[in-house]
Design a protein around this ligand. Structure first.
Ligand code: UDP
Ligand code: MG
Length: 310
């Protein structure tokens, strides 16, 4: 059986030797499986690429796809999937930082042999994360699943095995806004979840801060649902209904009590509330519009600088 490990790497010079040291013994225990490592160098500015090239020279099972600059993890994964689609029976996507434990590999293969086409790791606990990260992640999955047409399995990362058919299906999705978790989920096929404990990063630093995570969440939600766009008509109706009732009440007061000018406060509240609501709705339209703009430009998702052993 031919299996490829797809490893997106961005400035992972410290982690790559450790990753290589730890995955090799695990793959050696899997009999009748030939493993290939496909490292996607996502425009690293450190010595990652140099180290990978040395490894690839000594080892024909190590392949490198090096992108022309940093395109982000989602694009790097897509580049990896495109590179293996013709050769491997299945691919396993893994981070280079060993947060996805290599011990998952045999478990994934076991499920694959049982006939599952997608096998993904689900974090059984997020104790290694900070309180803020845990809470925001929880909120994201709650929000996403409340809005999206197809709910995401909560706390499943990108670490997963994908059969050849699933790889091919993923590559038929043409969009440039690639929220991989959503795309993996959209294609469907018979899937199995494997719980695991996600370790802390052994070395190096995470490439994500909260601003990036917020934008990533927005990308996911706008790609997965149009509810936010359609919601405003209903909010507008509710506010207009409220306004009609309030107008009736004001007219009634005027007729009965002849109340001349009243309610500077209520006037201000109404004006500020309505303009706030309008700006939020415009902002949400802007979010979708900017993504439509990115889509219609039809730019490639990534550019490859060089391929080694591929
Ligand atoms: N990564 C990448 N391109 C990027 C950012 C990250 O290829 O622009 C890779 C990174 O090298 C690692 C994986 O994606 O192998 C996960 O990144 P990280 O550990 O920073 O994310 P976290 O685990 O904190 O979510
Ligand atoms: Mg990580």
């Amino acid at each position: 059986m031919e299996i490829t490990l797809i490893v997106p790497c961005y400035n992972e010079e410290v982690m790559l030797p450790l990753f290589w040291e730890q995955t090799q013994p695990v793959t050696a225990t899997c009999t009748n499986v030939h493993f290939t490592w496909l490292f996607v160098n996502d425009g690293s500015t450190d010595a990652s690429l140099a180290w990978l090239k040395t490894l690839a020279q000594q080892n024909p099972d190590v392949q490198i796809v090096s992108l022309s600059r940093n395109f982000g993890k989602e694009a790097a994964i897509t580049a990896g999937l495109a590179a293996v689609a013709q050769t491997a029976q299945a691919a396993i996507v893994m981070d280079a930082d060993l947060q996805d434990p290599p011990s998952l590999i045999p478990e994934f293969l076991q499920k694959f042999q049982e006939g599952y086409e997608v096998v993904y790791g689900v974090r059984s606990s997020r104790q290694a994360d900070s309180w803020l990260k845990r809470t925001t992640a929880q909120l994201f999955y709650k929000g996403y699943n409340a809005l999206a047409d197809r709910p995401l399995p909560a706390h499943a990362g990108d670490c997963r095995l994908l059969s050849r058919r699933v790889l091919e299906a993923l590559l038929t999705l043409p969009e440039r806004e690639r929220f991989m978790k959503g795309l993996f989920n959209w294609v469907g096929f018979k899937s199995a979840a494997i719980p695991f404990v996600r370790q802390k990063r052994v070395a190096g630093t995470t490439k994500w801060n909260y601003w990036k995570l917020w934008n990533f969440a927005l990308q996911g939600i706008t790609a997965g649902s149009t509810v936010l766009l359609r919601l405003w008509a209903y909010i507008g109706m509710c506010i207009s209904l409220g306004a009609v009732l309030f107008a009736g009440w004001v007219a009634f007061k005027k007729i009965v009590w002849g109340n001349p000018v009243s309610g500077y406060t209520s006037l201000m509240v109404a004006v500020l509330f309505c303009s706030g609501v309008q700006l939020i709705s415009l902002g949400i339209i802007g979010e979708y519009l900017s993504r439509i703009f990115m889509e219609v430009k039809q730019r490639p998702l990534y550019l490859i600088d060089e391929k080694i052993n591929c």
